[in-house]
Structure formats: structure tokens, C-alpha cells
Design a protein around this ligand. Structure first.
Ligand SMILES: [Zn+2]
Length: 269
């Protein structure tokens, strides 16, 4: 944990993952200054749609992050997954750029147990290399750490370091998910320092509590406050403070307002 390091932002942006049909109202109800949403059904390969309220959000000064579909697995050795994954990242990044979003979140992905992790990393490199030839993605690609998977690209810090040796030079960004980190067995007290030692940057925090125990490898988000989560809310607030990046809660909708209020109080923003 970095305390007193001078990395405190003047005003930390705090918000939530919301539905894409009325993000402006969702932001107002929650007191959010940043929202994240999908540009298409996250369980599909559908092309991204321009959200109805992109201009309204901009006019209201609400910042936007876009989350890419869950099916995406850039690392995959399977052509039928990797090829549409690359295409989807490019399309969703373009959709995000069109509405001046601050980044596109993409999960690190994983290989099968018997596959060579270096080949998955090489697939990540190809994604960035090819798009560099096309002039880039238009928004930062924020690679998110994941909760489980025996051969995941961004579950263990050692794996993340190997991935970053390759993607770092292309300007890849990082999204730290606290639920996933906790599930993967990262000590949250040191997570921000460890990650910064590898990536040099944290662009976004998914500040989620977990329904499960430390090291569970399970990905079940809980509200930051409210008693369901197994992580101390004050520790989560400390992670947000140390990361000094925009914060998005991806927690059950009915508790998001309370989560945001707690964080504003804890962080004094
Ligand atoms: Zn997340």
C-alpha cells in the first residue's frame, strides 16, 4: 500500500457499471461521475451499438468506460475464438472511441491447461502489432486481471509480468478488479504496489467486494458495503486510494448508490 506517496488525485472519479439503455439516469441516481457499460450483449459476438445517450453523458460531464464482451479471449489457441475476439476488440474499441470513452476493458483471457502460455502471450502481441499498423485502437485497451483459470494470462502476478513484457511497449493499460485479485489470492494490502511494479499504471479500478473467501478463484461480486462481501470495505477503500485511478463498482445495482457513498466518505472526495 502506498500512503502519502503524492499519488492522490485532486478529485477521484467514482461510479458504477450500469445498463446501457439509460446510463444518464443511472449515473444521477447513484451520484456517479463515471459509468461503464457494454456496447452489445456481453454474451454474444454482436457488433457494438452506439449508445442512445452518448451526447447527454458528455454534456453532463460523466466519463465513460466501455467493457468488452465476455466471450472475447484474445489469447486463445482456437481460431474460432481468437479471430472473432480480435475483431470484437477492434470494433468495440472503435465504438468506444466514437463516444470519447476513456478506455475499453478486455479480460486477460486464458488457455487450456496443456497449452503453452507463451503462445497466448504471442497472440496478445499480434493483436497490438496488427492494430498498430492500422493506426491504433482509438482508446486505451485496459487488460483486466481475472479470478480463476489454470492457465490464465492475467490471474497470477507472475503471469501478468510475462504478459506485460510483451504488451507494455504497445501502451496497454491495466484495469485492477479487487474481487478477482482477492479470488486469485493477491494480498490486497500490497496489490497496487505489486501491479504498478509490473505495469507502471492502473487506468481503472473495478472496486468489487467478493461473496467468496480469499483465494477461492470464484468470480462472484458483492456490494462494497452491506455485509455480504468477505473483504473489509475499508481495505477496498485503501486500494482505491492507492490506485489513484477512476473507480467503477460492478456490484448488484440496488446497492451501488450505498457503495459509492461509502467510497466518497472514505476517500474524502
Ligand atoms: Zn471487473
Amino acid at each position: 500500500m502506498v500512503v502519502g506517496s503524492g499519488r492522490y488525485p485532486r478529485a477521484m472519479l467514482i461510479g458504477a457499471h450500469v445498463r446501457d439503455d439509460d446510463p444518464l439516469t443511472a449515473a444521477r441516481e447513484r451520484g456517479a461521475d463515471v459509468v461503464q457499460f457494454f456496447l452489445a450483449d456481453p454474451q454474444s459476438w454482436k457488433a457494438p451499438q452506439r449508445p442512445v445517450q452518448a451526447d447527454d453523458l458528455a454534456a453532463a460531464g460523466v466519463e465513460i468506460f466501455i467493457h468488452s464482451p465476455y466471450l472475447i479471449n484474445v489469447a486463445s489457441m482456437n481460431n474460432r475464438v481468437r479471430v472473432p475476439s480480435r475483431k470484437a476488440v477492434v470494433q468495440h474499441a472503435a465504438g468506444a472511441a466514437e463516444i470519447a470513452a476513456k478506455g475499453l476493458v478486455v479480460h486477460g483471457g486464458q488457455l487450456r491447461k496443456d497449452e503453452d502460455a507463451d503462445a497466448g502471450i504471442a497472440n496478445w502481441r499480434k493483436l497490438f502489432e496488427r492494430q498498430a499498423d492500422e493506426g491504433g485502437f482509438g482508446v486505451p485497451i485496459l487488460i483486466e486481471n481475472t479470478a480463476g483459470g489454470d492457465n490464465a494470462m492475467a490471474r497470477h502476478l507472475e503471469a501478468l509480468a510475462r504478459l506485460w513484457d510483451v504488451v507494455g511497449e504497445f501502451g496497454a493499460g491495466f484495469c485492477l478488479d479487487t474481487c478477482h485479485a482477492f479470488a486469485a489470492g493477491w494480498e490486497l494490502e500490497h496489490a497496487v504496489d505489486r501491479v504498478l511494479g509490473i505495469t507502471g499504471r492502473i487506468d481503472l479500478v473495478h472496486l468489487n467486494n467478493s461473496r467468496d473467501e480469499f483465494g477461492s478463484t470464484r468470480d462472484r461480486h458483492a456490494n462494497v458495503v452491506g455485509g455480504v462481501g468477505t473483504i473489509d470495505p475499508d481495505l477496498l477503500a485503501e486500494v482505491a486510494r492507492a490506485a489513484a485511478a477512476p473507480v467503477v463498482v460492478e456490484t448488484p445495482a440496488e446497492g451501488q448508490q450505498g457503495d459509492i457513498e461509502f467510497l466518497r466518505q472514505a476517500l474524502g472526495t
